[in-house]
Design a protein around this ligand. Sequence first.
Ligand code: ZN
Length: 443
Amino acid sequence: MKLTFAGAAEMVTGSCFHVEAGGRQVLVDCGMFQGLPEVEERNYEPFPFEPRDIDWVLLSHAHLDHLGLIPRLVREGFRGKIASTVPTKEIARIMLMDAAKVQEEEENGPLYTADDATVALDRFQLTGEYGETLPLGNGMEAVFHDAGHILGAAFVELRVEGKTLVFSGDLGNRGKPLVEDPSYPPKADVVVLESTYGDRVHRPAEESVEALHQALVETFEAGGNVIIPSFALERTQEVLYILFKLWRQGELPRCRIFLDSPLATAATKIFDKFADRFPEPARKLFRKKRDPFDFELLEYTLTRQASKRIPVDDGRCIIIAGSGMCTGGRVLHHLRRQLPQPNSSVVFVGFQAVGTLGREISEGALKVEVMGSIVPVRCRIWKIDGLSAHADQPILTDWALNADPGQVYLVHGEEAGLATLAKKLSDHGVASRIPRWQESVSV
Ligand SMILES: [Zn+2]
């Protein structure tokens, strides 16, 4: 059996693993490379396999860096099937159509079009619940297990030629309000493990809620607005859930909340639909029709006109908008207006990658370029890093040790995360390797 690391090798994006065994070819994920220009160039490089020979794509979850190249795979001849969990299939629809729209506006020519994305969505032909065994033909079987992380996210168990391979996908943090803790893996011959926070220990979530609360109180006392750049999936819904809880407890200062992101709005509708999959106590709230996604302070601004009518001149507005790292989207308009206002705040609730506007602002730049104009940064900047949707080092290590693995391949991490996690695993007597991009190993 041959395993090829077609992405997420020595970096956090472009997840794609190719398995060739028993006369079948399977991909686990087919994600987009994101970030610095030299990383994004890889989206245009030939795949290290023949797309038309791929029988299955097993999709761990619907983040772009895990599914964003599926339409390109289709464009280049993929005729196989895609398997995922039920929520992932639904989220994939909005993510791929949104990605195709972005591609069609791409100056250097699109990687794919909306037509390719539509064909790709037709290939989602098999769904499985967590724990269900899915036959892939020729004796090959796959099982999706609950990875936490975001709604529908799975880690993938692949059984072939008498061996068990486990691909972690993105593993979630513990104690999150809208997803369960990640389940433990079965005994595995090979584990392909994400290492995003392989060198970090997260601070408790309560500290983050308290920091957000403090940012709101201080900003509104000063008469300003709060801009929260947010990822459309999970983070936005989690922030809404926190705001709803603060409001219910009478701790939220007088304000209006605007969710100013069509993609996040579409995602929130899907979350609403799968509310019975939330852990307690969130599930109980929804059963009682106390809906954190629909309460009196919250308004959805769907059109550009509605977005422009947000009454920022009055202050006391919380505006949640994408993109999460300020690389595009409506958040740019809000930043252009609010960054120069000393009484307003920008609150970062997620990871800001190198090279993004979000990283620049969060690292204290005094002026930045937003949509072609130079804007002074006079507002307050808050960084809240305890809301991570990713497992930290103790969770990753504990999880991997539970698989009692013969071999671990560390992927989906930057240099420090990979190296530190490798050391940690070796302290526990587990051998690991950090594969290079497009490297193949035999299993
Ligand atoms: Zn993810």
